[in-house]
Design a protein around this ligand. Structure first.
Ligand code: FAD
Length: 389
C-alpha cells in the first residue's frame, strides 16, 4: 500500500484550527491505521506493532510532544490532547513508546549534541526500540536504593546487576538504565544514567508472565557488560535529578486521559452490545464517569499549558497520575460488573477486540503500580500539599 504522506504533513500543525486538526487526524487514522490492529486487547509486541510504527514514522507523527527541530510534531498541549483523544477514540494501537515518551524528551533536555544527533533519529526511524531499566528487586518505590553498578575501566563502563519489570525488554534493542557509579555518599548522589545496547555479551533477558498470560515484562541481568564511556547522559553521579525529571514526564504521560478515555469508550460499546444504553442505571454510571473524565481532561490541559510555558511542575503531576489511574480502574471494574459471567473470559466478546473489557480490567490493575505507586503519589501530595510530616 502506498501512503500519501504529504497529504497529512503540515509545516505548523499548531496554526491549524482545532477542528481542522481533529479532522486531519481522523482522516489519517481512517485511511492508514491497519484494521487488524485496532482496539488491541493487549499491549502489542514490536513484531505486531511495527507496521503501524513505520506508518507513523513515515508521516512524522511518532513524537507529537517533541520539537520540530528534532523531528517531532511540535504540538502545543491543546493539539496534543486532540491527537490523544482521536487516537483513543479510534482504538489506535499503542506502539513501543519508551523512546518517544521518556528517553527522547530526556535527551533533548540533557543529552550531548552527539547523543541527540545519534539517538533521536534512530528512535523516529524504528531502528532503536528502547526499554526502561529503573526498577530492581529491592529498588522500586525506593528507587535510589538501586544496586546495579557501573565501574569505569579504561574507556568503558563495566556493568553488573539486575533490573526487573522491564516492559517489552524482549523486543528492545537498547535499555536506558540507572546505575550506581559511586557508593560513598548519600544514595541519591552516586547514580548515573547509562544507555546500554542489549546485544552486548553478558546480558540475559528472562521474561516474566503477567496476569494476562503475556510476557510483557522481563528481568534483565548484567554480568560484566562493557559499555562505551560516552554512553552516560549528563554528568557522572548526577543521574538522580534526570531520573526524577524523567519520572515527571512519565507521570504526565500516565496521567493523561488516554487510558480512562479508552476504557470509557469501550464501556459505551459494551452498553450498546448488551442493549442497555437507555437504562437509567447505566446512564447514571456512564455520565458520572464522563464528567470525571471531562474534569480530568481540563486539569491535564492546564498542566500541559504550564509545561509549554516552561513553568516548573510540582505535586500536581502526582495528582494527575493518581486521578487518571483511579478513574481507569473504576471504569473497568464497572465494565466487568456489567459483563456478569462474560467477564470471566479473556477472549474478546463476540470476537471483537473493541469489547475486550476483561483484559483491560487486568491491565488497569497494574496502572496504580508502575510509574510510582498510588501510595507513593499520596505520600508526595501529603508532604507537598498538605504539609504533613
Ligand atoms: C506493568 C508494569 C510495568 C512496569 N514497567 C517497568 C519498566 O518498564 N521499567 C522499570 O524500571 N520498572 C517498571 N515497572 C516497575 C514499577 O516501577 C515498580 O513496580 C513500582 O515502582 C513499585 O515498586 P515495587 O514493585 O518494587 O514495589 P514496592 O516499592 O516494594 O512497593 C510494595 C508496596 O508497598 C507500598 N509502599 C512502598 N513504599 C511505600 C511508602 N514509603 N509509603 C507507603 N507505601 C509504600 C507500595 O505502594 C506498594 O503497594 C513496572 C511495573 C508494572 C506493574
Amino acid at each position: 500500500m502506498t501512503i500519501a504522506y504529504d497529504a497529512f504533513r503540515r509545516d505548523d500543525y499548531n496554526s491549524l484550527g482545532d477542528n481542522e486538526f481533529r479532522a486531519l487526524v481522523q482522516r489519517f487514522l481512517a485511511e492508514n491505521h491497519p484494521q487488524d490492529l485496532r482496539h488491541p486487547a493487549k499491549r502489542l509486541h514490536w513484531e505486531q506493532a511495527e507496521p503501524w510504527y513505520m506508518i507513523l514514522s513515515g508521516v512524522g507523527w511518532l513524537a507529537p510532544n517533541w520539537p520540530r527541530e528534532h523531528g517531532g510534531m511540535g504540538l502545543n498541549p491543546g493539539k496534543q490532547l486532540i491527537y490523544v483523544e482521536e487516537f483513543e477514540k479510534f482504538g489506535a494501537a499503542r506502539t513501543p513508546d519508551h523512546g518517544m515518551m521518556l528517553l527522547g524528551p530526556l535527551l533533548i533536555n540533557y543529552g550531548s549534541q552527539e547523543q541527540k544527533a545519534h539517538f533521536l533519529p534512530k528512535i523516529l526511524s524504528g531502528e532503536h526500540i528502547w526499554c526502561q531499566g529503573y526498577s530492581e528487586p529491592n529498588a522500586g518505590s525506593d528507587l535510589a536504593a538501586l544496586r546495579t553498578e557501573a565501574v569505569l575501566d579504561g574507556d568503558e563502563w563495566v556493568v553488573n546487576g539486575q533490573k526487573i519489570w522491564t516492559t517489552l525488554a524482549g523486543d528492545a534493542d537498547w535499555i536506558f538504565c540507572l546505575v550506581r557509579t559511586d557508593k560513598s555518599g548519600k544514595k541519591q548522589e552516586g547514580i548515573s544514567f547509562l544507555l546500554i545496547p542489549l546485544d552486548r555479551p553478558g546480558i540475559t533477558i528472562r521474561p516474566i508472565i503477567n496476569l494476562e498470560l503475556d510476557d510483557e515484562f522481563s528481568e534483565v541481568f548484567f554480568d560484566d557488560v562493557r559499555v562505551p564511556k560516552e554512553n552516560i547522559v549528563g554528568e557522572v553521579n548526577q543521574g538522580w535529578t534526570m531520573a526524577k525529571n524523567l519520572l515527571g514526564f512519565e507521570r504526565i504521560f500516565l496521567g493523561g486521559p488516554r487510558q480512562a478515555s479508552n476504557a470509557l469508550a469501550k464501556l459505551r460499546r459494551l452498553g450498546a452490545y448488551y442493549g442497555i444504553l437507555q437504562d437509567t442505571g447505566f446512564i447514571d454510571k456512564y455520565a458520572g464517569f464522563r464528567m470525571e473524565l471531562e474534569d480530568h481532561q481540563a486539569f491535564f490541559s492546564r498542566i500541559s499549558d504550564k509545561l509549554r510555558r516552561g513553568e516548573r511542575l510540582g505535586a500536581e503531576v502526582s495528582f494527575l497520575k493518581l486521578n487518571q489511574t483511579s478513574l481507569y480502574q473504576r471504569v473497568t471494574e464497572y465494565g466487568l460488573e456489567l459483563m456478569a459471567e462474560d467477564g470471566g473470559r479473556l477472549e474478546p466478546l463476540g470476537g471483537s477486540n473493541d469489547l475486550a473489557m476483561p483484559t483491560q480490567f487486568l491491565n488497569a490493575r497494574a496502572s496504580t503500580i508502575y510509574g510510582g505507586t498510588t501510595q507513593v503519589q499520596k505520600n508526595i501530595l501529603a508532604k507537598a500539599v498538605l504539609d504533613l510530616p
